[in-house]
Design a binder for this molecule. Structure first.
Ligand code: T5A
Length: 212
């Protein structure tokens, strides 16, 4: 039986990484074989491309940014994700194609149909079975992300964008959810992380996830 493919999406500071890790641990403790990873990245080539994509000091054209993201995606899909799904493993992915539609499409203004074709090409046609969209207002999300970056001592390319850009990205995510309600579950991430987690678990439990 093919594995279940879960993606976690949202703007900066929405809590994606925190929820992805909790979900991974929760599924494992409930008997699922899982694999949790992130985009861009997740392979040796992907992590090298991530450096280029996120490095705010080296300017990238909009076209180059999109193609580097899709190159990293093509690599992780072929090398890591598709084989694990074929083995029946549940894959949890921190950001995926909806991030490209939201950031490069709604945020940067690249044609959404072109992005959709690039996504499909990079993923060899495989789409997520379930997407959890963690939705938070832009100011709250950026404030959370900023605290983490202050500790890390640097900002990535997207964190140097202004609030208007991030508002477009958030609207983009919500538009994707509106168009694909059977795949995308929207969870408010405005509350404390434990409350968010309880909501995610309630939603996940309503989905039929085949045990691997
Ligand atoms: N990108 C990526 C594109 O433009 N296009 C694409 O196709 C793809 C795949 C990746 C960047 O690349 C761009 C988008 C991104 O800018 P990243 O570091 O992988 O960058 O992703 P970020 O969203 O920048 O990661 P963040 O760490 O900022 O956000 P998360 O993962 O949503 O948040 P998390 O879980 O790390 O939490 C951040 C902090 O907030 C707290 C956490 O404890 C943590 O301190 N927090 C909460 N506090 C209170 N209440 C809650 N509900 C909280 N949720 C989290």
């Amino acid at each position: 039986m093919a594995g279940f493919f879960i993606t976690i999406e949202g703007i900066e500071g929405a809590g994606k990484t925190t929820i992805a890790k909790r979900l991974d641990a929760w599924l494992q403790s409930n008997g699922y074989k899982t694999f949790c990873t992130r985009e861009p990245g997740g392979t040796e080539i992907g992590e090298t491309l991530r450096e280029l994509i996120l490095n705010a000091e080296r300017p990238l054209t909009v076209q180059a940014e999109l193609l580097l993201i899709e190159a990293a995606r093509a690599q992780i899909m072929d090398e890591v994700i598709l084989p694990r799904l074929e083995e029946g493993i549940t894959v949890i992915l921190d950001r995926h194609c909806d991030s490209t539609t939201a950031y490069q499409g709604y945020g940067r203004g690249v044609n959404i149909n072109l992005i959709s074709q690039c996504n499909s090409f990079a993923c060899q046609g495989r789409t997520p079975d379930l997407t959890i969209l963690l939705d938070v207002d832009v100011k709250t999300g950026l404030m959370r992300a900023m605290k983490v970056r202050e500790r890390a001592g640097f900002q990535d390319r997207f964190e140097t964008e202004d609030i208007d850009f991030m508002e477009l990205v958030r609207k983009g995510f919500l538009e994707i959810a509106r168009r694909e309600p059977s795949r995308v579950t929207v969870v408010s991430s405005q509350e404390d992380i434990d409350v968010v987690w309880e909501t995610v678990i309630a939603d996940i439990s309503n989905c039929l996830i085949p045990k691997s």
